[in-house]
Design a protein around this ligand. Structure first.
Ligand code: FES
Length: 232
């Protein structure tokens, strides 16, 4: 077991735990955008910052080590995390934070009192949509290149249909085959829709464009067997 101090509390965690695990064990709530508990961490969005032994680090990719002293809830780190979320949101178009947007990012902004009008000044020219696939639609302008969909598609589903293309602020998810989503290796498992934190990848239907994270209207039994998502 690893014993460390978080916000003045002693927490004990199994070997291999991260500072995100430690912060949660201590009751601290950190925003996370590129992290999904089902996936390996990437540490790319910097919204989960904490201070560990005086260094500012991303909690989701920093191992918890014995004797560490972690500040997960002080005003300085809370402001750093809020600034990181606001920076990401500010690079998206207005519909990313619309009132009815149920995405993780929109909910995070509401929790952190980040006003919706911070969005609206995209760093890149509008990149448009790919609605060619019958079950998966992509709004490239909402993609923050967190890579969760790519890791879900490869590490969980084992399909390897998605990749990140472009450089810097113009990085965006795309089918690995390079063409339209309808011509890709996508098997429509829905894993990317489920994990996308911004509503960039959605399933068509009522409220099209923001259907991620909404409950399915019907529960069905499936027999597909090959799918790593695990619906039943
Ligand atoms: Fe930790 Fe993105 S959630 S860096």
């Amino acid at each position: 077991m690893t014993r460390l101090q978080v916000d003045g509390r002693t927490v004990e965690l199994p070997a291999g735990a991260t500072l995100l695990d430690a912060a949660r064990a201590a009751g601290a709530e950190l925003p996370t955008l590129c992290h999904d508990d089902r996936l390996r961490s990437a540490g790319s969005c910097r919204t989960c910052l904490v201070q560990a032994d005086g260094r500012t680090v991303a909690a989701c990719v920093t191992p918890a080590t014995p004797g560490m002293t972690v500040d997960a809830s002080g005003e300085e780190v809370r402001n750093l995390r809020r600034d990181a979320v606001a920076l990401i949101a500010s690079a998206l178009p207005p519909h990313a934070l619309a009132d009815d947007a149920p995405s993780e990012l929109a909910e995070m902004c509401r929790t952190l009192s980040i006003e919706p009008d911070i969005a609206g000044t995209p760093l890149t020219p509008l990149r448009g949509r790919d609605d060619t696939h019958p079950y998966v639609h992509l709004d490239r302008d909402l993609c923050i290149a967190c890579g969760r969909c790519v890791r879900m598609c490869s590490d969980v589903q084992g399909t390897f249909a998605l990749t990140l293309t472009g450089r810097g602020a113009d990085t965006v998810v795309a089918p690995g085959t390079g063409g339209a989503w309808a011509d890709s290796d996508c098997v429509a498992c829905g894993g990317c829709v489920d994990t996308c934190p911004t509503g960039a990848i959605t399933q068509p239907g009522p409220g099209q464009g923001f259907t991620s994270r909404q409950p399915d209207p019907d529960r069905v039994r499936t027999t597909c067997g090959y799918c790593g998502v695990g619906c039943a």
